[in-house]
Design a protein around this ligand. Structure first.
Ligand code: ZN
Ligand code: ZN
Length: 251
């Protein structure tokens, strides 16, 4: 097989994230992804991967590959997108994250609903604990845990003024073992180029961080050179193995 360009969006919220729009249901997200030519989509709700089965179920037979993951908020208030080869390992990481996620109840009137759905948007559960809060895990502990589970850790939206590694900690040290650095689709080209220029050895990518369907857009995510749309191929692209790579990292 040879390498070909594959459109990949590795950061997306569903109805499980209280800030996610209620239109972010499983069939809707899958059909919008297909419409935008996205072939690999990661489901990364705040501190939880519980809607992965719904999304992967809705994607069955469509050709869309769905990757389980979550956007973890560390003790430093840094957001890290974590991705896993399978749901079992994603759940293991969620259990570990929830061990130190404060037991603060969600207030739906303030924060919004946290809905666990099935592939047809049937409501399975409402998560009672507030998901949008920091855990007691550090960025370094999280990356180590993710790597032990053979997953990927991506520093989220580093151009943003809040909850980003750069905003909180100032700069990315060489020894930090993050697999890639995400620049949000909201960054200007100048912002993106300035950040990328400072860290020439890092892999950068653009992800949509969609909270509503209108934010899911072919131009708001990355194209990677892959043999096929799969987690393993995405991992090779971020680690730059076997010719796989993020093509045109930000544009
Ligand atoms: Zn975030
Ligand atoms: Zn996000």
């Amino acid at each position: 097989m040879s390498l070909r360009p594959v459109r990949v969006d590795l950061h997306l919220h569903t109805v499980l994230s209280p800030c996610g729009d209620l239109e972010m249901g499983a069939p809707e997200v899958v059909s919008k992804a297909l419409q935008e030519g996205i072939e690999v989509l990661a489901v990364t709700d705040h501190n939880s991967c519980l809607n992965y089965p719904a999304l992967s179920g809705a994607a069955e037979g469509t050709g869309l590959t769905v990757i389980p993951g979550m956007e973890v908020q560390t003790i430093e208030d840094v957001h890290v997108v974590t991705l896993f080869p399978d749901y079992e390992r994603a759940m293991e990481c969620q259990d570990w994250v929830w061990e130190t996620l404060p037991d603060v109840p969600n207030r739906e009137d303030l924060f919004g609903y946290q809905v666990v759905i099935d592939k047809e948007n049937g409501v399975l559960d409402m998560v009672p604990r507030l998901l949008v809060q920091g855990t007691e895990r550090t960025v370094d502990q999280l990356i180590e845990k993710v790597h032990r589970l053979e997953g990927l850790a991506i520093l989220a939206h580093v151009d943003r003024p809040s909850f980003s590694y750069l905003a909180v900690l100032g700069f990315i040290p060489d020894e930090l073992e993050a697999d890639a650095v995400e620049i949000s689709a909201r960054a200007t080209e100048d912002q993106a180029m300035a950040i990328m220029g400072k860290y020439p050895s890092r892999t950068f990518l653009k992800s949509s961080d969609s909270h509503r369907l209108s934010e899911m857009d072919a131009a708001r995510c990355s194209v990677m050179a892959l043999e096929e749309p799969s987690f393993e191929e995405v991992k090779m692209a971020l680690l730059r193995i076997g010719g796989r790579k993020v093509m045109a990292e930000w544009r």
